[in-house]
Design a protein around this ligand. Structure first.
Ligand code: HEM
Length: 411
C-alpha cells in the first residue's frame, strides 16, 4: 500500500488519460503525492471511503488567507505579502466566498444564499431552460456536423445562469471568456486581467440592481444582505462570482462528458432511447462516470493527520479525487463501467459535507432537460470523430473536452 511520495506530475497527459491513471494509483494505495500544473505539491486521496471522509473532516481547512500564505511560503519564502483583497491573489478580491471559508463564516454566508437560492426559484427556471434547449437544438438540426460544446453545452448553462442572476445576455460571451481564463490559466496574467474585468462588470451590475430591483437572484441577494446587514459588498461580489464560475463550466462539462459517454456506449444510448424514463438515472451515472470536476477544491491540513495509513504533516494541500473515488469498485461494483441502470447513490461528483454543491438541483435539472431534448430531436446522434482523437482541457480542476464534433441527424 505504498503512497507515492515522489510527486507525480498532474499534467496534460494525466488529464487526457484520467481514469486509467487514477485506476493505477487507486490500486497502489489510497493516498499519493502529485504536483499540479503550477508546481504545487498536493496529496491526493483516490479511494472512495477515504475521499468521502476527507471532504467532511473538520481538520482540513479552506480559508483563502491560509491558502495564500501556504502558496507564498512555497514559491516566494520571505517575500512581502500583499493583502488578499488587493487583487493580486485569487483575482480581484473574489476570494471572500463560501467555498474559500471555514465555519463560522462559511455557515453565515451559506445560510444567506440558501434564503435567496430557493427550490422555487430553481423550479421557476424550468420553462426557460426548456425554451433555451429547444432553441439551441433546433438551430443544430440542419447542420451535418457541429461542435456540440459550442452549439449546445456552452450556451445553455451560461444563458441559464445569466437568467438566474439577471445578467444582461449581451455579456454572455464575455463570461465565457472570463471563466475560461480563470479556470484554465490559474495565476497567470491573463486570469488576473479576466478577474479584473469581471469585478468591474459585477460592481456595475450590483449598482444597477440596487437602482432597478428585478425578479432575480441578484436582487434577492442584495435584499437579504441589506435586511440582515450581514453580507458585505465584497462578499456579495465574491458570491456572485462563485455562482457564475461554479455554475457555468461544471454544467457545460457534465453535458459534454455525459453525451460523450452515451455516444461511446451505444448499447446504453439504445437503452435510454427505448426508455426515456431512465433520463434522471442516466444523469446521475454521467456525474459518477465522468463528472466535470476531477478533484475537490484545495483543502489544507490544519494539524498532522493520517489518511489511509499515510501521515500528512500540518500545512499541506490535499485534494479528494472525485474522479478516482467515484470509480472505486469497492463502492461502485465494476466502477469503470458506464451503466445507466446502476445504483449511483453516494457518488461524490457534487462533493460531500458542509461544502456540498449548492447548485446541484439546478445542474441536475439542466442536464435532465438537455438530455430529454436531445433524445427527442436527435435519436441518431453520432460522434463525428474517432474517440481517441478527442482531447481534454489542460486543467487540474475541470475535466472537460476541448471540442465534441457530432453528426446530429445521422440515421
Ligand atoms: C460547490 C460540483 C454546478 C454552485 C461544489 C462542490 C462540488 C461541486 C464538487 C464542492 C467542492 C469542494 O468541496 O471542494 C458541481 C458540479 C456541478 C455544479 C459537478 C454541475 C454538474 C453548480 C451550479 C451552481 C453551483 C449550477 C450554482 C448556480 C456551487 C457553490 C458551491 C459549490 C456555491 C460552494 C458551496 C459551499 O462552499 O458551501 N460544486 N457543481 N454548482 N457549487 Fe457546484
Amino acid at each position: 500500500m505504498a503512497a507515492h511520495t515522489d510527486p507525480i506530475p498532474f499534467d496534460a497527459a494525466f488529464a487526457q488519460d484520467l481514469h486509467a491513471r487514477y485506476a493505477e494509483l487507486r490500486e497502489a494505495g489510497p493516498v499519493h503525492r502529485l504536483v499540479n500544473e503550477s508546481g504545487l505539491p498536493v496529496w491526493v486521496v483516490t479511494r472512495y471511503d477515504e475521499a468521502r471522509a476527507l471532504l467532511a473532516d473538520p481538520r482540513l481547512g479552506k480559508d483563502a488567507q491560509t491558502i495564500f500564505r501556504l502558496v507564498m511560503d512555497r514559491f516566494a519564502p520571505g517575500a512581502e505579502r500583499p493583502e488578499a483583497d488587493d487583487g493580486r491573489f485569487a483575482g480581484a478580491g473574489f476570494d471572500l466566498h463560501m467555498l474559500n471559508m471555514d465555519p463560522p463564516d462559511h455557515t453565515r454566508l451559506r445560510k444567506l444564499v440558501v434564503k435567496a437560492f430557493t427550490a422555487r426559484r430553481i423550479e421557476d427556471l424550468r420553462p426557460r431552460i426548456e425554451e433555451i434547449t429547444e432553441e439551441l437544438l433546433s438551430a443544430m438540426a440542419h447542420q451535418d456536423e457541429v461542435d456540440f460544446l459550442d452549439a449546445f453545452a456552452f450556451p445553455l448553462p451560461i444563458r441559464v445562469i445569466c437568467e438566474l442572476l439577471g445578467v444582461d445576455e449581451s455579456r454572455r460571451d464575455d463570461f465565457r471568456r472570463w471563466t475560461n481564463r480563470l479556470l484554465d490559466d490559474i495565476d497567470t496574467e491573463a486570469s488576473v486581467r479576466a478577474a479584473g474585468e469581471m469585478a468591474q462588470y459585477l460592481t456595475e451590475l450590483l449598482a444597477t440592481k440596487r437602482a432597478h430591483p428585478g425578479d432575480d437572484l441578484l436582487t434577492a441577494l442584495i435584499e437579504v444582505s441589506e435586511d440582515e446587514d450581514r453580507l458585505s459588498e465584497a462578499e456579495l461580489i465574491s458570491m456572485v462570482f462563485l455562482l457564475l464560475v461554479a455554475g457555468h463550466e461544471t454544467t457545460v462539462n457534465l453535458i459534454g462528458n455525459g453525451v460523450l459517454a452515451l455516444l461511446t456506449h451505444p448499447e446504453q444510448f439504445a437503452r435510454l432511447r427505448a426508455d426515456p424514463d431512465l433520463v434522471d438515472a442516466a444523469v446521475e451515472e454521467m456525474l459518477r462516470f465522468d463528472g466535470p470536476l476531477m478533484h475537490s477544491t484545495f483543502r489544507f491540513t490544519t494539524e498532522p493527520i493520517t489518511i489511509g495509513g499515510t501521515d500528512i504533516p500540518a500545512g499541506e494541500f490535499v485534494w479528494a479525487s472525485l474522479a478516482a473515488a467515484d470509480h472505486d469498485s469497492r463502492r461502485f461494483p465494476d466502477g469503470d463501467a458506464f451503466d445507466i441502470t446502476r445504483d449511483t447513490r453516494g457518488h461524490l461528483a457534487f462533493g460531500h459535507g458542509i461544502h456540498f454543491c449548492l447548485g446541484a438541483p439546478l445542474a441536475r435539472m439542466e442536464a435532465q432537460v438537455a438530455l430529454r431534448g436531445l433524445l427527442a430531436h436527435f435519436p441518431g446522434l453520432e460522434l463525428a470523430t474517432a474517440p481517441e482523437d478527442l482531447t481534454r482541457r489542460n486543467s487540474s480542476l475541470i475535466h472537460g473536452l476541448r471540442s465534441l464534433p457530432v453528426r446530429p441527424s445521422a440515421s
